[in-house]
Design a protein around this ligand. Sequence first.
Ligand SMILES: C[S@@+](CC[C@H](N)C(=O)[O-])C[C@H]1O[C@@H](n2cnc3c(N)ncnc32)[C@H](O)[C@@H]1O
Length: 270
Amino acid sequence: MKPMTDALETRTSSVDADLQTQVQALAPWFHNLHLGNGVETAPAHALGDFPAFKWAQIAPHIDRDLSGWTVLDIGCNAGFYSFELARRGARVTAIDVDEHYLRQARWAAGRFDLADRVEFRQMSVYDLARQPQTYDLVWLMGVFYHLRHPLLALDIVRHLTRRQLVLQTMTLPGETTMVTPADLPLDARATMCERDWPSMAFVEHRVAGDPTNWWVPNHACVQAMLRSAGFEVGARIIDETYLCTPAAAGQAPSVEDELRAATGTLAPAQ
Ligand SMILES: C[S@@+](CC[C@H](N)C(=O)[O-])C[C@H]1O[C@@H](n2cnc3c(N)ncnc32)[C@H](O)[C@@H]1O
């Protein structure tokens, strides 16, 4: 039996070597995808087994059975979350601005046999204003702080969210919030300098060497912006990650005119 085992091992290791070659050809990877037989796309990721460790924390908060749900994964990268949500039964549309990551995602979808459940498109979050689809679950992880116009993005996202939004963003340190007044007198503006006032730090240069980091909100600001865009903020399911639902009509300011002007979408028929 030994020679047969040796032959099998040789064949397996040459298959793995071929897989490693394909992974290398698609590098660099941000998502560490587990491809089987111990082959991983980013095993030396600085954050650890990313984003598997984050998914392990988030997963219990998401419906186990997403059959019949449509999901929009914005900034999908190599598709880790898209694949997990598709495995729960969802039909996933996944977008990213970066063709490099989309190439990885399409390749991985084939490997995981999920190509018929996840559709990848090269698009920006802002482009979503010009398409009519809505989605049961919108996944907006790790994108907010990369946007120069984050509130515009949230307004767009609100329009296409039917049931739930999961949002993760880098935030400023601190967990506390304050109740802000319904109307702040002009001469009380110092209140807005208080630590817990909803605030965002603007990044003119870089954070962690990345020139695409623009805005870092505090915890209060993420929640306030989500409410202002028309979401009800439910649980903060893990650090920096919020599970939201669409708020009832009339709870948020009407932004239709500004949204249309900013996105170039047509005004509704008179
Ligand atoms: C930090 S990664 C997060 C990836 C993934 N969502 C996650 O949480 O692991 C940010 C991703 O968002 C994409 N991205 C950046 N700006 C975007 C935009 N305006 N619209 C869509 N995707 C964007 C980047 O190309 C990148 O893949």
